[in-house]
Ligand binder design. Structure first.
Ligand code: ADP
Length: 482
C-alpha cells in the first residue's frame, strides 16, 4: 500500500480496469456555488454494454477466489478509503454540498460496509438437511448471483455505493455501477482506490453518464445482469422493476419514504428535539430516512414546537468551505422549488410558519431551515416526501390516532417515536408499518443492521448479514444412489 495520498479526482469512467474518456463529457458543479468542478465522461448505451461484458468476463475468476481472498482485497480497499478520508470527504462536500463533518461521517459509514462484508462473506454458510430418504443426502450451498447492476443517488455519493458494492463483491459478484450524474466524482475516486487495492479488471466498473434512461435500459435488458440494486425515487424504482421483468432479475430497491416522527406526551422532550434535528435536518433533509412528518401529542405540542423552532433557527446555514456550517445547499433549483411548493400549499390551507419559510439570504440553492405548525394530513407536505429542510408539525390526541396517521400512505421505510412507557414502546414498534424504527433515537443507520423498507419503499435489505444474502442464490444439492 502506498503511503503518499493519491490525487483522487478522476474525469474518466472506469471499465474493465481502463479509464475511458467517452465521446462527450458533462459538467459536475458545486451546488453551493455553481462552480465547475470537473467534466466527466458522458457514456452511452454502447459503453454500458462493454461494461456488462467486462463484468461478465471477470466473473469466473472472481468467483473462483475464496471468500478470504476476496476479503483481503476488500480490506485493502477499506484501508485506502480511510487513508484518503479527508480528500474523499472534500469531494463529497464539493459535489453534493453537505457540511464537511457530515461528509467525514459518510466516509466512515461507507467504509464500514467494506469491512463488514469482507468478514461476512466468509460466513456464507450452506446447510445439511436431514434426509427423509435412506439413499439420498440433501444440502445447500450459497453462491454469488452473478453480474450486478447498481444505480445510486446523489444524496450519499459514497456510502450508497459501498453499501451495494461491498456485499456484491464479497458474495463473488461483479458490478457495473451507474452513479448519479450530479455526483460521479466520489464514485470515480472509489474506483481509483479499488484499482490501488488490487481489485481485478472488470470486477468493478463505473459507467458515468447523463442519459440515465439509456444506461438503465441496457442494464435492465441485459440477460447477463442477474440483479439490479437501486436506490432512488419510487417512480424510477417502479420503472426499473418493470424493465427487469423480461429477464426476471433479482431486485434490491431502496425507494422513497415519508417517515413519521412521533412525540408522545411521556417523551423526554429535549431528547426528542435532538432526535428530530438529526432525523429531519441531516443533509438538509435530503435523506430517504429523514423524518418527513412530526406527529406531536396535544398536551406537549406547544412546548415541543417552541423548543424545536428555537433549535432549528440556530442552525448555521452555509457552504461546506466555511467551518462550522450545519446546513448546506439543496442539490438543485427543483429541490428548492419542491420545498417552496410544500410550504405554500400548507400555508394556504392554514399552517403557520414558526421559523424559516423562505429562500436563504445566501442565495443559490440555500433554503432556511423551516418549522411549520398546524399541519394536517391533507396537506401535500404530509403526503409526499419533501426531501428538504422542512419540519411540519401535526397534532394528535392518542396512541391509536398516532398509529393511524403514521401508517397512512404507501411508504414504509423508516419511522421514529419518543416515549418513556415501555408498554407503549412495544405496542407502537409492533404496530408501525416501516422497515426500520428508531425508538428514542434519531440516528439508526449502521452497517451491522438491516436497512430497507416495506410497502412501496422497496425490496430487500442492505447491510447486516441479510445484506449478503440479497446478492446470493441458494443452490440445493441432492446426492443420490448412496
Ligand atoms: P432523485 O430524484 O433522488 O435524483 P432518481 O430516482 O431520479 O432520484 O435518481 C436515482 C438514480 O437513478 C440516479 O443515478 C439517476 O441517474 C438514476 N435514474 C433516473 N432515471 C433513470 C432511468 N430511467 N433509468 C435508470 N436510472 C435512472
Amino acid at each position: 500500500m502506498q503511503s503518499e495520498p493519491l490525487s483522487l479526482l478522476r474525469e474518466q469512467a472506469y471499465i474493465n480496469g481502463q479509464w475511458l474518456s467517452g465521446q462527450t463529457r458533462s459538467a459536475v458543479c458545486n451546488p453551493a456555488s455553481g462552480q465547475l468542478l470537473a467534466e466527466v465522461a458522458d457514456l452511452d448505451a454502447q459503453d454500458t454494454r462493454a461494461a456488462i461484458a467486462a463484468a461478465h468476463a471477470a466473473l469466473p475468476a472472481w468467483q473462483a477466489l475464496s471468500a478470504k481472498q476476496r476479503a483481503t482485497i476488500l480490506l485493502r480497499w477499506h484501508a485506502l478509503i480511510l487513508q484518503h478520508q479527508q480528500q474523499l470527504a472534500d469531494l463529497i462536500s464539493q459535489e453534493q454540498g453537505k457540511p464537511l463533518a457530515e461528509s467525514l461521517g459518510e466516509i466512515a459509514y461507507g467504509a464500514s460496509y467494506l469491512e463488514w462484508f469482507a468478514e461476512e462473506g466468509k460466513r456464507a454458510y450452506g446447510e445439511v438437511i436431514p434426509s427423509p430418504f435412506a439413499d439420498k443426502r440433501l444440502l445447500t450451498i450459497r453462491q454469488g448471483i452473478g453480474v450486478v447492476a447498481a444505480i445510486t443517488p446523489w444524496n450519499f455519493p459514497h456510502a450508497m455505493i459501498t453499501r451495494k458494492v461491498a456485499p456484491a463483491l464479497a458474495a463473488g459478484c461483479s458490478v457495473v455501477l451507474k452513479p448519479a450524474a450530479e455526483t460521479p466524482l466520489s464514485a470515480l475516486a472509489l474506483a481509483a482506490l479499488a484499482e490501488q487495492a488490487g481489485l481485478p479488471a472488470g470486477v468493478f466498473n463505473v459507467v458515468t453518464g447523463t442519459d440515465a434512461a439509456a444506461i438503465g435500459g441496457e442494464l435492465t435488458a441485459s440477460p447477463q445482469v442477474r440483479k439490479l440494486s437501486f436506490t432512488g425515487s419510487t417512480a424510477v424504482g417502479k420503472l426499473l422493476m418493470r424493465q427487469c421483468a423480461d429477464t426476471v432479475k433479482k431486485l434490491g430497491l431502496e425507494l422513497g419514504g415519508n417517515a413519521p416522527f412521533i412525540v408522545f406526551d411521556d417523551a423526554d422532550l429535549d431528547a426528542a428535539v435532538q432526535g428530530a434535528l438529526f432525523a429531519k435536518f441531516r443533509n438538509s433533509g435530503q435523506t430517504c430516512v429523514c423524518a418527513n412528518r412530526l406527529l406531536v401529542q396535544d398536551s406537549i405540542y406547544t412546548a415541543f414546537a417552541e423548543k424545536l423552532a428555537t433549535a432549528v433557527a440556530a442552525l448555521q446555514v452555509g457552504p461546506a468551505s466555511e467551518p462550522g456550517m450545519q446546513q448546506g445547499p439543496l442539490i438543485s433549483p427543483a429541490a428548492v422549488a419542491k420545498v417552496q411548493r410544500h410550504i405554500a400549499n400548507a400555508v394556504s390551507l392554514g399552517a403557520k410558519v414558526l421559523t424559516g419559510g423562505a429562500a436563504h439570504a445566501r442565495g443559490g440553492h440555500f433554503f432556511q431551515p423551516t418549522v411549520l405548525a398546524d399541519v394536517t394530513e391533507q396537506m401535500q407536505v404530509a403526503q409526499e416526501e419533501t426531501f428538504g429542510p422542512l419540519a411540519p408539525l401535526i397534532r394528535f390526541h392518542d396512541e391509536a390516532e398516532a398509529i393511524r396517521l403514521a401508517n397512512s400512505g404507501e411508504s414504509g421505510l423508516a419511522a421514529y417515536f419518543y416515549s418513556r412507557d415501555i408498554g407503549r414502546c412495544w405496542r407502537v414498534a409492533e404496530a408501525i408499518e416501516a422497515g426500520m424504527v428508531g425508538i428514542n433515537e434519531g440516528a439508526i443507520s449502521t452497517e451491522v443492521a438491516p436497512f430497507g423498507g416495506i410497502k412501496q419503499s422497496g425490496l430487500g435489505r442492505e447491510g447486516s448479514r441479510h445484506g449478503l444474502e440479497d446478492f446470493m442464490e441458494i443452490k440445493y444439492l441432492c446426492f443420490g444412489g448412496l
